[in-house]
Design a protein around this ligand. Sequence first.
Ligand SMILES: Cc1ncc(COP(=O)(O)O)c(C=O)c1O
Length: 377
Amino acid sequence: MLPCQRHLFEIPADVAYFNCAYMSPQLQRVTAAGAEAVGSKARPWEVTPVDFFTTTEAARALCGTLIGTGADDIAVVPSVSYGVGVAAANLPVPAGSRILVLEDQFPSNVYPWRAVARASGAKIHTVPRPADGDWTAAVLEHLDGRVAVAALPHCHWTDGGLVDLARVSRRCRELGTALCLDLTQSLGALPFSVRDVEPDFAVAAAYKWLLGPYSVGFLYAHPKHHTGEPLEHNWINRRDSEEFAGLVRYRDEFQLGARRYDVGERSNFALMPMAVAALEQLQEWGVPAIQRTLSATTASIARGAGKLGLTVAPAPLRAGHLLGLRFPAGIPEGLPERLARERVYVSVRGDSIRVAPHLYNDADDVERLLATLAAAV
Ligand SMILES: Cc1ncc(COP(=O)(O)O)c(C=O)c1O
């Protein structure tokens, strides 16, 4: 368990922010890295060709460590939709086959597959939300030889409903089904290793649980996909692009590994140092310790909410960092306004509210959330 880390952020005392699943608050060290990085563009004469590579390589290595692999398996992408676009361009989807998604899955891991389905004559097959909350059993039930690609998250973005990816992945390998993961609502908060899961592709945006900036994401590509087609043809992902004098000796070979999938201008001088600072902080805390700590926070919220008559999925079926609280008779009138007035920040979705804490939340925040809910029911 980690002690409260609020002192590392800039969150006013009267703000109870439980919306990391929307956008994480910025660590002071990330703000400082960004300010220095933005300032450095005032002095381009100090920017050398090697600077186009070093920070990006550091980010790649840190991200690789986070998921149990090396820098060579990581590409830099600007968004989840871009990363899923790479997967969609490289995974075979025969006519008549299926692409598996969850009901109400985040669109960035759905739209690219709808385009693939249209072009190839495949079908999107949606796993309905299971009445008992067990997404793993539901996915396994719908996974069969017809599924060419399972396009899944580690936990559902609306309420943290967990998918046991190691089990799903084992079944995928038995069936010859490719696995494309959107880890945006889990990576950085929920331990994940490509050694246990072996996805074909996995992508995460940095601005939520990776505590990084907007417009940066990381794409894992399994080594068997290191000879695939990138979405675009930029110069820096080509072999020997470090030698600026030789850039017009055009070549067909790429940089090593997953780097061929890097977005153009991926050495984003303003954002990449921020991503590195955030990943370093996550590494210092350790993701297992983050998950244990946030699980204790959501457990105490779940207990308090239960006493108010709200329902919550049982702990083994949900991720520890993301919690959906359901009101049996729908959201009480005036609750969103009351939460806003009290400066308690959550996401209200349908008949439930999504609570997404991080290490900056303290016991006082939890008390204020529960008191605001209690006053509304
Ligand atoms: C599960 C999930 N994936 C992806 C995203 C963001 O996708 P993109 O980077 O394509 O904008 C979000 C944002 O809320 C999300 O919740």
